[in-house]
Design a binder for this molecule. Structure first.
Ligand code: HEC
Ligand code: CU
Length: 344
């Protein structure tokens, strides 16, 4: 960016201007208070300086009303900061079910991204302008942090769990993508770019890539391959319609707990199947810890998410039949200029 000196990174998302307003407010309040304190120090030092060697200060009566008003005023200002900040936090971190879902995996030292139709990218993210986008982040090794200054979003990718953040790009262009958490020798090289395109251009771009299988479809394959299908729907609970519901589970200490069947729950059920057992079932499910990569876990979770509605009793066969691919298949022979095949 060779546009001379600028105070802020470019504002390229709906979030950016909102964050900047808060930032201006915080800086303004800090500057104003610094000024008041500084002037008071100078004024009082001059006004009440010691004039003679034997001078003693006169006993004084403190004006309590002043202290109280000052404390209450500061409290009010801090509460404004708190509620304003909290409101902005929820804008970026609230679950956005109808956003465009993009999966991000951080690993030393690259970002691997996947679009809902299966298109993969490395260190590059193409997104349509004016659409809400939700990133689901995972890490394959250490903590990374996905940072797009122009969008004012930053979210850690933490090993062993999923994190999410949403944004809505407003300006076509190419923006920096950084890893903002020191993650090893080549941390500084873990950079890339985000390319915001008009929605039609984005569709064109998607059509020009050779998508990998959509995550949910790869997940369906894994579901067969790892033998999940031999139990689920037979002597294990059906997973259709499970996602997003609330359910009771039994903890190892025998207590019951109500949990939400979200991505984190599905992940835990697969990796640590004994941690929360469905009532009425034996804890016979083996742990798949160490057998599935982050990528495969995301695919399995995506597959389970795609299983809508309840199925008939013992309908193991219909599990795979219910798969719906969000995007129609594209010809694998289409030219793919931006397509990349990730290698670990
Ligand atoms: C040996 C049989 C068996 C296999 C194989 C198996 N499971 Fe399970 N699974 C179970 C049983 C039984 C339960 C219910 C008891 C429990 O929660 O542990 C369960 C529970 C679950 C749950 C929580 C369900 C709920 O309703 O809350 C998920 C998610 C799940 N399994 C996913 C998988 C996936 C994905 C695989 C393949 C990688 C798999 N399972 C392989 C037997 C199995
Ligand atoms: Cu990193």
């Amino acid at each position: 960016m060779n546009q001379g000196f600028r105070l802020w990174p470019e504002q390229a998302s709906t979030y950016a201007s909102q964050v900047d307003m808060l930032m201006i407010f915080l800086t303004g309040v800090s500057a104003a208070i610094t000024l008041v304190v500084f002037l008071a120090v100078v004024f009082l030092a001059i006004r009440y300086r010691r004039r003679r060697a034997d001078e003693r200060p006169a006993p004084l009566k403190e004006p309590h009303w002043f202290e109280n008003v000052f404390a209450a005023g500061m409290f009010a200002v801090f509460m404004v900061m708190f509620f304003w900040g909290a409101r902005l936090y929820f804008v970026a971190y609230k679950d956005a079910p109808d956003a465009l879902d993009i999966h991000v995996i951080g690993k030393q030292w690259m970002w691997k991204l996947q679009h809902p139709d299966g298109t993969r990218e490395i260190n590059e993210l193409h997104v349509p302008r004016g659409q809400r986008i939700q990133l689901t982040l995972a890490s394959q090794d250490v903590i990374h942090s996905f940072f797009i200054p122009a969008f004012r979003i930053k979210q850690d990718a933490v090993p062993g769990r999923y994190t999410k953040i949403t944004f809505e790009p407003t300006k076509v262009g190419e923006y920096h993508l950084f890893c903002a958490e020191y993650c090893g020798a080549q941390h500084s090289g873990m950079i890339g770019s985000v390319i915001v395109m008009e929605p039609e251009k984005y569709q064109e771009w998607l059509a020009g890539t050779v998508p990998d299988r959509p995550p949910a479809e790869s997940g369906a394959k894994l579901f067969q391959q790892y033998g999940c299908v031999t139990c689920h729907g037979v002597q294990a609970p059906s997973l259709a319609g499970l996602f997003g519901t609330e359910r009771d589970v039994v903890l190892p200490n025998g207590r019951q707990q109500r949990v939400k069947a979200d991505e984190a729950y599905l992940r835990e059920s697969i990796l640590d199947s004994g941690a929360k057992v469905v009532p009425g079932y034996q804890p016979i499910m083996p742990s798949f810890r160490g057998q599935l990569s982050e990528e495969q876990l995301i695919q399995l979770v995506a597959y389970i998410k795609s299983l809508k509605g309840a199925m008939g009793p013992g309908g193991a066969g219909s599990l795979t039949g219910q798969m719906q691919s969000p995007v129609p298949d594209k010809s694998p022979t289409a030219p793919g200029p931006s397509q990349q095949t990730p290698r670990d």
